[in-house]
Design a protein around this ligand. Structure first.
Ligand SMILES: [Zn+2]
Length: 377
């Protein structure tokens, strides 16, 4: 053993690279829209610990604030901090809402305004910018975003929630496309599939079908959000208000885009896989009813149920996701490489992926889960 090394008993376990979630929200709890306010520090403390405890050691934060995102990313780089490493997206830009000026999503007034906002996100230290409703922007505005992002070394992730957005994203040449088509469209049309097959530059699709599947299950059985393991690390006083509001929303809300699209999503996922485009695991953790603790495992289970071989699922949640989000040294198990890893006590190919089989989680050589128990701060 090398000097200063440490020996871990991995007998009977499978060593996996630390898992990588290409689409996560660490400053949001999966409560109801407009649910109870929980102080942001408490939210990050709970979400970060849940994510790390699940075996995820690297995430791309879809959206974060200009002032609170950079300290989160900086803190996450310390191996001892109970957070996965964070690759930062800043506040997103959206078309169709020129006056919007929220912490996490801003509108644009014209091409110059779009360029200025991209530059601001890059200057904050983010390495990604999220764009929504590209189809509602002018061609000039879209070009301004892509051009300024390229000049500043910022990558672009675009929403593909509907067909017009997806077509605009493909035409612009973004780096990742988020979401499956969440409309009642029965299938992706041939021109979109042909465009995906013909993509020559690096493009990765992040389609959180595990989230949509879990959400659909909770809509049928809302009381399941009361399972105590889902609120591990939550401030005790926040648990009942968060869960009550969420259960109520799941019982009573009008059909959401996930509800409307759900019967079509498996077919759409398979269509995307069949094009050969790179696909990474992304959980949209922190979105309504997507608890961080099980988010990546829900993705992995759903991919398996849709026929993706176990090896390919693990690759999508490690090496492919790490490469897609711009940190290709991670998501791998190489001698001398970063010591981010998970020991899993179970059979990955014969039984469903199950977080309860996570035996050990190590980030940067620091052990956070041992014998299935959180031992971090
Ligand atoms: Zn998101």
């Amino acid at each position: 053993m090398p000097a200063g090394g440490r020996r871990l008993d991995g007998q009977g376990a499978i060593a996996l690279p630390g898992l990588v979630d290409a689409h996560a929200h660490l400053d949001a709890l999966p409560g109801a829209q407009g649910g109870p306010a929980v102080p942001r520090d408490d939210v990050v403390a709970a979400a970060g610990r849940q994510t790390l405890a699940s075996g995820v050691t690297l995430v791309r934060a879809h959206l974060s604030g200009l002032t609170d995102g950079p300290p989160l990313a900086a803190a996450s780089a310390d191996p001892c901090t109970p957070l996965p490493r964070v690759v930062l997206g800043g506040p997103g830009l959206t078309g169709g809402a020129p006056d919007l000026n929220a912490r996490l999503m801003r509108g644009i007034r014209n091409a110059a305004d779009a360029s200025a906002k991209v530059a601001e996100v890059a200057a904050s230290g983010a390495t990604w910018i999220a764009v929504h409703r590209l189809d509602a922007m002018s061609a000039e505005e879209r070009r301004a975003i892509a051009g300024e992002a390229r000049r500043r070394g910022l990558r672009v992730m675009a929403s593909g929630d509907d067909l017009a957005e997806l077509r605009a994203a493909l035409a612009l040449g973004v780096d990742t496309i988020e979401y499956l088509n969440r409309t009642d469209l029965p299938a992706y049309p041939d021109d979109v599939l042909a465009a995906l097959r013909a993509v020559s530059r690096p493009l990765t699709v992040v389609a959180p079908i595990g989230y949509y599947t879990q959400y659909h299950a909770y809509r049928a059985r809302p009381a399941e959000v009361r399972r105590p393991d889902l609120t591990l690390f939550y401030p005790p006083a926040a648990i009942a208000p968060v869960v009550d509001a969420l259960e109520q929303q799941l019982r009573t809300a009008a059909p959401s885009p996930i509800d409307v699209s759900f019967p079509t999503l498996a077919a759409k996922f398979r269509q995307l896989r069949a094009t050969g485009v790179a696909m990474a695991l992304g959980s949209d953790s922190g979105s309504t009813a997507q608890f961080h603790i099980d988010a990546i495992w829900q993705e992995m289970r759903t991919w398996r149920e849709l026929g993706v071989p176990a090896d390919d699922v693990v690759r999508a949640g490690s090496i492919i996701a790490a490469r897609a989000i711009g940190d290709p040294s991670r998501g791998r198990l190489d001698a001398g490489g970063p010591a981010d890893l998970v020991l899993y006590r179970g059979d990955l190919t014969k039984t469903p992926f199950d977080r309860r089989h996570v035996h050990t989680v190590i980030k940067g050589g620091v052990v956070f889960v041992r014998d299935g128990t959180w031992v971090g701060p």
